[in-house]
Ligand binder design. Structure first.
Ligand code: NAD
Length: 403
């Protein structure tokens, strides 16, 4: 054995150091650690196949690409609310199961070693639109899925939570401080309280046999093949390009923790590969920086100006429904040595490049705005139940088509 050969020339301290470093290399590559006494794999148990629930979404599509790049097999289970555009170029390399988190096909957990659950309703307006469905997806079904994993002997479950759990609104300046995972929270909105309720049921399921982690992401920005223009930085870029100005709700006074989409994908992989003892039963924030919305707008404006796009920034105090919170991402760094890398400026430049290539330029298409799209689908569903397909004859029709 490699390690025994090495042991001859090393003291016990340097041997342990050597072994740990080799293990860290294995963690990063998902390769088995051939030099380790215990035959460790990344995460200290082998993960070869990952079930990505919600893997066709904004973050899911980027994460699916990143997982494939690192050699994981990927099964996506998704209701496909936004179609499969996000997976278009990897369709032949991922297994796609069209289904609902609340009613998963029994075989969807077969042969997977880890589940990342990034499905469900993913913002305030959609959660408010149907709070009952929101709770079913983001809490009840997300907890039930973890319990199924436990029954099936699947050892790792990562839940997509949100920093909006920390929201305290713009009224209370005494509470306008940086908070970490230990902060007392009391979310009120349908979306954030459903995320928190799920965390509270999920984390106690953690045991030696089952590693459960919740990742509270800040607001994500950046380009995805399943694009969203209803997230603040993305909205700014879209408004700047399509209208020539950016509107600052509430004057842009509120704070937001922010993170790029590729960093979000890499954080999920870091959690997937982390040693179980380091992350089990824990919550992690994922934040690259906290910004006032007004600063975000200025950063976007300057980056666009360098790209030859002139933009005006307009404060708007008519809109009051704003979130406000500042969050620390230090725990992820201290425990996993993970730091987000992609700045707002870099992410905006990538977005502009993609848009200039002609990607996702139909800015008015409701599919880029979760609430508009879901409302549209619901209305279409009601109409189509009555009319059937728009251009085909109704099935009951006695009319014969003449040639
Ligand atoms: N985007 C952000 O800024 C952000 C920030 C914090 C947390 N989150 C969380 O991260 C996750 C992913 O967010 P996103 O921005 O990619 O959202 P998204 O809406 O683009 O993607 C969600 C995906 O899940 C699928 N889905 C929804 N309900 C489902 C169900 N019942 N069964 C199966 N599939 C279902 C949708 O079809 C979609 O493909 C969500 O849980 C969201 O709450 C997102």
């Amino acid at each position: 054995m490699n390690v025994l050969r090495k042991a001859g020339g090393m003291g016990i301290r340097s041997l342990l150091f050597y072994t740990k470093n080799k293990c860290m290399a294995a963690l990063n590559s998902n390769e088995p650690c051939m030099t380790c006494l215990f035959g460790h794999y990344g995460g200290h148990f082998p993960v070869k196949k990952v079930l990505l629930v919600g893997g066709a979404g904004y973050i899911g599509s980027v994460l699916a690409h990143e997982l494939l790049e690192r050699g994981y097999a990927v099964r996506v289970l998704d209701r496909m609310y936004f179609g499969d555009q996000g997976l278009a170029d990897i369709k032949d390399r991922v297994e796609i199961v069209v289904g609902d988190l609340r009613d998963m096909p029994p075989t969807s957990l077969d042969n997977v070693e880890a589940v990342i659950n990034i499905a469900g309703l993913s913002n305030d307006p959609t959660a408010e639109y149907n709070p009952a469905a929101n709770y079913e997806m983001n809490t009840t079904a997300s907890v039930a899925l973890a319990k199924h994993c436990l029954e099936k002997g699947i050892r790792r479950y990562i839940y997509a939570s949100s920093c909006s759990i920390y929201d305290f609104g713009v009224v209370d300046q005494q509470r306008d401080v940086l908070v970490d995972e230990t902060a007392k929270v009391n979310p009120k909105a349908a979306y954030s309280s459903s995320k928190y309720a799920a965390e509270k049921e999920l984390l106690p399921l953690a045991s030696e046999k089952f590693c459960v982690t919740a990742l509270r992401k800040g607001t994500v920005f950046g380009f995805s093949p399943r694009m969203r223009y209803d997230l603040v930085v993305n909205t700014f870029v879209k408004d700047a390009i399509s209208k020539g100005f950016i509107s600052l709700h509430y004057g842009g006074e509120m704070w937001r923790p922010m993170v790029d989409i590729r960093d979000a994908a890499r954080a999920y992989i870091a959690l997937l590969q982390a040693e179980q003892e380091a992350v089990n039963g824990q919550v992690f924030n994922l934040v690259n920086g906290n910004y006032r919305i007004s600063e975000l707008a200025l950063r976007v404006r300057e980056t666009l100006r360098e790209a030859g796009i002139q933009v005006e920034v307009r404060p708007d105090y008519s809109y009051k429904g704003v979130r406000n919170y500042r969050v620390s991402g230090e725990k992820l760094y201290k425990i996993l040595n993970f730091r987000p890398q992609v700045s707002i400026e870099e992410s905006v430049r990538t977005m502009v490049q993609e848009i200039r290539k002609g990607n996702c330029t139909d800015f008015d298409n409701p599919k880029y705005y979760n609430i508009s799209w879901m409302r549209f689908l619901e209305e279409a569903h009601k109409v189509i139940q009555i009319t059937g397909s728009v251009f085909n004859l109704p099935e009951s029709s006695s009319l014969a088509l003449s040639a």
